[in-house]
Design a protein around this ligand. Structure first.
Ligand SMILES: NC(=O)c1ccc[n+]([C@@H]2O[C@H](COP(=O)([O-])OP(=O)(O)OC[C@H]3O[C@@H](n4cnc5c(N)ncnc54)[C@H](OP(=O)(O)O)[C@@H]3O)[C@@H](O)[C@H]2O)c1
Length: 268
């Protein structure tokens, strides 16, 4: 799984999503993160197919959205995502959210059911790996009781502003990779002076420092941009390393640029 993924949330379907994914693939990203809920799978898939890069070199992730609550729904949703993407398989398919608003009283049953459809698609070769997203330990504990194929990843909000230590520790204990979404705090981290201060030492920009912080913790960051030069900047992070003092300073940003959503209470 390529160690940086390209985020596409809020990249508008059509030219914006298409051109940004093309730009990302041109500069070297080989991992693209989309979702049914982003309403851009068609453009993302078209960019992947038009890129000229062999399909097997690109890692594509998409996600089951919250309106799908049953085994049958999930089965159809997987096929519909593949159709929109114009691909025969995805490299990873995630349950986007553990506790949808319309499943609050039966979310454990819902997750077990949709996961069963995902396992079937996995054995049929439509999904090369399975993961979850926004799962807290109590959601994972319930799910682990009913499944055959363990989730490979848990995609969660992780940034210096909120490191979600309990979720990360649970992931590590169960050998589930932490994929760090919003590694720039959806942009909110980037105005903080500490990131600038650290970046100046290495001739790097704040976003590059934040992405490096993620990599050095062993997370897999998913920076998003629709701007060609920022897309390129965010991938240019393999020629420097943060010191212990840098990490300490960055860790002091806790709470300064937002928090992870609470999946049991968000209205979605
Ligand atoms: N599973 C989930 O529930 C979930 C939730 C949220 C996100 N995600 C995934 O994680 C990805 C990233 O998270 P995110 O979209 O919240 O935000 P992010 O990557 O933390 O930040 C993106 C924001 O920062 C700006 N930006 C990007 N690079 C920059 C740079 N080098 N300099 C200055 N500004 C820069 C972008 O603007 P421009 O586009 O204008 O450059 C955008 O406003 C998403 O796209 C999605 O794939 C998943």
């Amino acid at each position: 799984m390529p160690v940086i993924g390209f985020g596409t949330w809020q990249a508008k379907d059509g030219e914006e999503a298409y051109e940004s994914v093309k730009a990302a693939l041109r500069v070297g990203y080989r991992h693209i993160d989309t979702a049914e809920a982003y309403h851009n799978e068609e453009s993302v898939g078209r960019a992947i197919r038009d890129s000229g890069i062999p399909r097997e070199e690109i890692f594509v992730t998409t996600k089951l959205t919250n309106t799908h609550l049953t085994y049958e729904d999930a089965k159809q949703a997987i096929d519909a995502s593949l159709k929109r993407l114009g691909l025969d398989y995805v490299d990873q398919y995630l349950i986007h959210w553990p506790n949808p608003i319309n499943a609050r009283t039966f979310y454990k049953k819902r997750n077990a059911e949709v996961y069963r459809a995902m396992e079937e698609a996995y054995f049929a070769g439509k999904i090369r790996s399975i993961g979850v997203s926004n799962f807290h330990p109590h959601h994972l504990k319930a799910l682990l009781k009913t499944i055959k194929v363990k989730p490979a990843t848990n995609q969660i909000y992780v940034s210096p502003s909120d490191t979600q230590p309990k979720v990360v520790a649970f992931n590590e204990k169960h050998n589930i990779l932490t994929v760090a979404y919003s590694p720039l705090g959806t942009g909110r981290l980037l105005g903080l002076n500490e990131l600038n201060q650290v970046g100046t030492k290495y001739n790097k920009r704040p976003a590059q420092v934040a992405i490096r912080w993620s990599l050095e913790h062993g997370y897999l960051p998913l920076p998003k941009s629709t701007n060609a030069s920022r897309i390129s900047e965010n991938f240019d992070v393999f020629d420097f390393k943060l010191s212990k003092e840098d990490i300490k300073l960055i860790n002091s940003l806790k709470g300064k640029a937002g928090k992870a959503p609470d999946p049991d209470h968000v209205i979605w």
